[in-house]
Design a protein around this ligand. Sequence first.
Ligand SMILES: Nc1nc2c(ncn2[C@@H]2O[C@H](COP(=O)(O)OP(=O)(O)OP(=O)(O)O)[C@@H](O)[C@H]2O)c(=O)[nH]1
Ligand SMILES: [Mg+2]
Length: 292
Amino acid sequence: MGTTTTTYVTTRPQKARAGLSPQAIESNPMQVVRVSIVVPTYCEAENLRPMCERVFAATRSAGFDAELIIVDDDSPDATVDVVAELSKKYAVRLITRRGERGLSSAVIRGFDESDRDLLVCMDADLSHPPEKLVDIINPVARNETDFCIGSRYVSGGRTSEDWGFLRRLNSKVATWLARPLMNACDPMAGYFCIRRETFDNARRNGMLAIGYKIGLEVFVRSGCRRVREIPIHFVDRHAGESKLTARQQMLYLKQLVILFLARRPFFFLFVIAITALLAGAASRLLAFLLAS
Ligand SMILES: Nc1nc2c(ncn2[C@@H]2O[C@H](COP(=O)(O)OP(=O)(O)OP(=O)(O)O)[C@@H](O)[C@H]2O)c(=O)[nH]1
Ligand SMILES: [Mg+2]
């Protein structure tokens, strides 16, 4: 097993670089929304500049004190150089993990590195429109909800028009499987905002870094109830390649089984038993029809 090294390419950001003047922050600290936006990355160098510019355009216009934490798994591309350049202008810092891979564990690491109360998880590839950040953060900042999702499937939200039938079906089935665990239209969303307290509760209740659905994991383990969904238009990645493999999909099924056994064991065993009974009856019927 390799070792994990963390490299801070930039130092902890100064408040002035976060978009608000220190005077504005000091004069009215209660009014300032302080948020860490955590972005896991692997080979996303091409997306980082447009993503960062759009993040800070959105958060600055709302007067938020935002920082961007990029958690990268030692990508063999220009990530380090691009973030170093961006950090001259924006409150962005890079955490480089070595000898470790995984979307969920990267997000957990980013949340751990933040000292802020509001935490956002967002993809780097611009599938998650940064222009929706303010709408997603505000309900959590105002304590109107515990978990706010950038949702593809709530009314007003949509996925890329380029998705084929199989991709739509795959996404719908995966979503449907998770619905009993979260009362939301898009329980698989990777674009969400929480308070630190929610994250801490999830950790206390045995949060795991299996698979790539860290939002679902945090929601279920934290035991929080209030969810709000903000419609987004989920577009296909801006540049680079997908890291979503068949292995990730198998890990998602494993994650679901573990979450169901932890939170809804009777429901889960009931569904398995009914499915086994129906499968047995169907196979006997088929055998009878073939024999007659
Ligand atoms: N640190 C880290 N980030 C990862 C890893 N795998 C994926 N990511 C990042 O997680 C985010 C989502 O990954 P994607 O490859 O876009 O997966 P997806 O959004 O489910 O699928 P597509 O958008 O269709 O490609 C992106 O910002 C990736 O760079 C990983 O192993 N480590
Ligand atoms: Mg993506």
